[in-house]
Design a protein around this ligand. Structure first.
Ligand code: SDX
Length: 434
């Protein structure tokens, strides 16, 4: 883990238009030293940072990404250690409460999330009857999550944190059922039933792959692989969808409305939707028969909108911490479940060609979390439209943790300023007779 930023020697000074402005310099526990620019407005100044690449919008103690070293920490624990030693719900507990659970705390938390009393209201179940087979499952998840507002019993007497915690536990309980139902809509088969006597991952997989009257339990290797992937996806600082969650929550909107918005942000192909785009890209490469060098050249061509999906990252400047673990899971699982799948071999060769190319080396573009995850989901038997919903299953834990963290501290509604490029004031032309 990177050492904390070096001791600072007092404020930074900014010389603008003959004025010298002092800016407080803050040292976070880890990561880049922060200039506090919140006083610039008093001097008629603002900062312009497209995509917020170098802007910290919130203080948070949940997750730290060391992009230079390619490391990821959940409450200080390296994610690659958690991914093979703890269940997804134990890691959700860690993100929400800040410490790994004792065996008793883990049992109590699992009992809450897996409570048979949290099964879906029939009104939400009926929503899935209205979804056409052509609907993307991310839309189904977003709609069903929003619908929890109508059917979940809120309790205004609870503290803000306790209200988010209660709603968050219901979301953790509901999302795998939503995803299982969405998979049934895609397959055009009747919905299965959640079996709360199974663990979180086993129940989700049986919901997805059982047929009425025949509960199909997953094999242990598949369940373990999916648990690892859910842990790896559980949180990732203020990525696009988590920042969206916080922005919506900052207006006072409900947790479910904030989570529904986050699901829609995650859907984008530049974000969580990339895992589906990677498989589409690999399939097109396979079908085209083109040499991989031609694909890499196309990705480098500024006049071509094509990008190497699953490559590059705003923060990581080496291989994504998660991609290393996922790549090994893919090698192990595909060999067991789908040894004939050519896409894994194409992916590995594409990675080799790209990482030898100066364009990718000079821009420090490496495989990210989405490059190999779709290959695993495909080997398990999911259609590619289900890949991003699987990302939602993992990330829902981080979303609960971030909203609980927001509820503990002072809130200020998010409202960035802009770099205005439009017309200056002008007079509306007079109109005859008006
Ligand atoms: C996720 O933020 C998170 O934490 C996200 C995530 C999470 O856990 O929440 O990690 C999950 O979203 C992973 C990213 C999945 N998306 C993709 O795989 C889509 C392909 N990747 C790119 O679109 C891109 O790399 C982004 C969106 C991931 C990052 O974009 P940035 O930070 O805005 O970087 P950029 O577009 O400014 O790229 C810098 C340069 C540019 O070239 P130059 O203008 O310097 O010549 O790198 C090039 C880009 O054209 N580049 C790529 C590329 N990614 C960046 N060129 C070809 N292929 C790519 N994939």
């Amino acid at each position: 883990m990177p050492s904390s930023a070096p001791e600072n020697n007092g404020p930074a000074t900014l010389a603008v238009g003959g004025e010298t402005i002092e800016l407080a310099v803050d040292r976070p526990a880890l990561g880049r030293t922060m200039l506090d620019v919140s006083s610039l407005g008093q001097h008629g100044l603002a900062v312009y940072d497209p995509g917020y690449a170098d802007t910290a919008a919130y203080q948070s103690g949940i997750t730290f990404v060391d992009g230079e070293a390619g490391r990821l920490y959940f409450r200080g624990y390296p994610v690659e250690q958690l991914a093979t030693s703890h269940s997804f719900l134990e890691v959700a507990y860690l993100l929400m409460y800040g410490e790994l659970p004792s065996p008793q705390q883990a049992d109590d938390f699992v009992a809450k999330v897996r409570d048979p009393g949290l099964v879906l209201h029939v009104g939400i179940e009926r929503l899935f009857d209205t979804f056409p087979q052509s609907m993307h499952p991310m839309a189904m998840l977003s709609i069903a999550t929003e619908a929890l507002n109508a059917y979940a019993d809120d309790d205004a007497s609870l503290s803000p944190v306790a209200r988010v915690e209660r709603a968050g536990i219901r979301l953790l309980s509901s999302v795998p059922v939503f995803a299982g139902y969405a998979h049934s809509v895609l397959r055009g088969v009747p919905r299965g039933r959640s079996n709360r006597s199974l663990d979180y991952v086993e129940d989700f997989l049986q919901l997805c792959f059982s047929v009425p009257g025949h509960e199909q339990l997953p094999d242990e290797a598949t369940a373990r692989a999916l648990n690892t992937l859910l842990v790896l996806h559980a949180d990732h600082e203020l990525n696009c969808s988590t920042a969206t969650l916080r922005m919506v929550a900052s207006s006072g909107a409900s947790f479910y409305a904030s989570a529904s918005a986050a699901i829609n942000a995650l859907w984008g192909p530049l974000h969580g939707g990339a895992n589906q785009e990677v498989i589409r890209m690999l399939q097109e490469i396979k079908d085209s028969g083109k040499p991989l060098s031609a694909i890499v050249d196309k990705a480098k061509d500024k006049n071509d909108p094509f990008r190497l999906m699953g490559f590059g990252h705003r923060v990581y400047k080496t291989t994504d911490a998660r991609a290393r673990v996922i790549r090994q899971v893919a090698l192990d699982l595909v060999e067991k479940l789908a040894p004939a799948d050519p896409l894994l071999e194409i992916a590995m060769k594409l990675e080799e060609v790209a990482l030898a190319d100066d364009y990718f080396i000079s821009r420090r573009l490496y495989p990210n979390v989405d490059f190999y995850s779709g290959i695993i989901y495909r080997a398990i038997g999911f259609p590619d439209a289900m890949f991003t919903p699987l990302f939602v299953l993992g990330r829902s834990a981080g979303w609960v943790a971030h909203c609980m963290e927001m509820a503990t501290g002072p809130n200020r509604i998010g409202r960035p300023t802009q770099f205005y490029t439009g017309p200056t004031e002008r007079t509306v032309p007079s109109r005859p007779g008006v």
